[in-house]
Design a protein around this ligand. Structure first.
Ligand code: GTR
Length: 369
């Protein structure tokens, strides 16, 4: 693996004031909240609201799917804020012939085409529901643009428009679009907690690319997710910003100014000045299960920078008596590494989410949840 200076990277087990963090209890009480607070303040932004009191669920449709192998359920998740009412649909396929409740995958779908899988007669590589259901998991999905459009539009619409204080200038730490999508994952979890067919204590949250960044942030904030999967998440996802040879903070802030908060722009070209790096986001998921992937042809996400981040996150897992990933040797392509709580694979091919990736997530999930 590429060499980098570990000393130049903020230590997981040292607080900002320089205090050593020596126990899981101290991690939970001091360092983890400090890390979350720094990411809110400087990177993703702070959500103005958690679970709204007005949150409600309505079953829109339920029918047999996949020739009877699954039940397909569509639920409307709705809420109200000072800016009005909003909602997003959650679609879920539940394996028909399994004892309930079953574990579930929740996919944060960042594809832009409208979602129409009504009879699910054709398998999609990105979301191979037949395979997921056949392995005994419920497959749930929501689409990010139902929470907030993926455009730099001044945060007037989507959940920003509903919950931001009307007329108030947005502070530098106001939530960006990735935070809005992550908020949606928690609202989907609120629903899963009420669905008797799904075991909310065994949910794996999955996202690809910008959806992978979202999965990591949602998984760091919301400890109800038992397992988090970051697929090819790259810059401001799993990849270490100080180490990457791919996309950098100034690139991502220029191409996608709406993804992160305004304060993050102060770190364009100044990765070294950030008091966090992305391994701390992964560490904030400890002691829960975490699986990170890269692809050989995805240099923009920088596989080595993604792997290095996991290796550095391991310290937080060790505090909890876990071995973490158990190796710092960058693996060969298509050879998954399973530590006891951390997993990784480097898939041959391009930036994408494919059946091979899902197969590996489920292998890890079978052991973890
Ligand atoms: C790219 C962006 C990446 C990644 C990707 C995606 O253009 O630079 O950070 O998120 O989009 O979401 O597909």
């Amino acid at each position: 693996m590429r060499q980098f200076d570990r000393q130049a990277i903020p230590a997981a087990l040292k607080s900002r004031s320089g205090q050593a963090i020596g126990s899981a209890e101290q991690w939970e009480r001091e360092r983890r909240p400090e890390i979350i607070g720094l990411f809110e303040e400087l990177v993703y932004g702070k959500n103005p609201i958690g679970r709204p009191e007005t949150l409600s669920f309505r079953l829109l449709k339920e029918e047999a799917a996949m020739n009877g192998a699954a039940v397909r359920r569509t639920v409307d998740i709705s809420y109200e804020g000072p800016g009005g009412r909003g909602s997003f649909p959650l679609t879920m396929f539940v394996p028909a012939n399994r004892p309930k409740p079953v574990p579930a995958c929740l996919l944060i779908d960042n594809r832009t085409q409208p979602f129409d899988d009504s009879d699910r007669s054709v398998s999609a590589d990105f979301w191979p529901v037949e395979a997921i259901v056949a392995r005994g998991y419920a497959a749930a999905v929501y689409q990010v643009h139902d929470l907030d459009p993926d455009r730099d539009d001044g945060f007037r619409n989507g959940v920003h428009g509903l919950f931001d204080e009307p007329g108030r200038e947005r502070p530098g730490n106001a939530w960006g679009t990735i935070a809005a999508w992550a908020w949606g994952a928690s609202r989907a979890m609120d629903y899963l907690e009420t669905d008797p067919d799904a075991d909310a204590g065994r949910v794996m949250l999955v996202g690809h690319s910008r959806g992978g960044k979202t999965a990591l942030w949602a998984g760091a904030l919301d400890t109800r997710f038992a397992m988090v999967v970051s697929n090819n998440s790259g810059c401001t996802g799993a990849a270490l910003s100080r180490v990457t040879e791919g996309e950098r903070i100034h690139h991502i802030n220029a191409s996608f100014p709406h993804w992160f908060n305004a304060n993050y722009k102060n770190y364009n070209g100044k990765e070294d000045e950030l008091p966090v790096d992305q391994h701390l986001l992964l560490a904030a998921i400890a002691p829960r299960a975490l699986y990170v992937t890269s692809a050989t042809e995805d240099a923009w996400a920088d596989p080595q920078a993604e792997f290095a981040s996991l290796v550095l996150a391991e310290e937080a897992y060790r505090l909890n008596g876990s071995q973490g990933l158990g190796t710092d040797v960058f693996p060969s392509p298509d050879t998954p590494v399973h530590g006891d709580k951390l997993g990784y694979h480097l898939r041959t091919g391009k930036h994408d989410l494919l059946p091979y990736d899902w197969h590996c997530f489920l292998d890890f999930a079978d052991k973890q949840i």
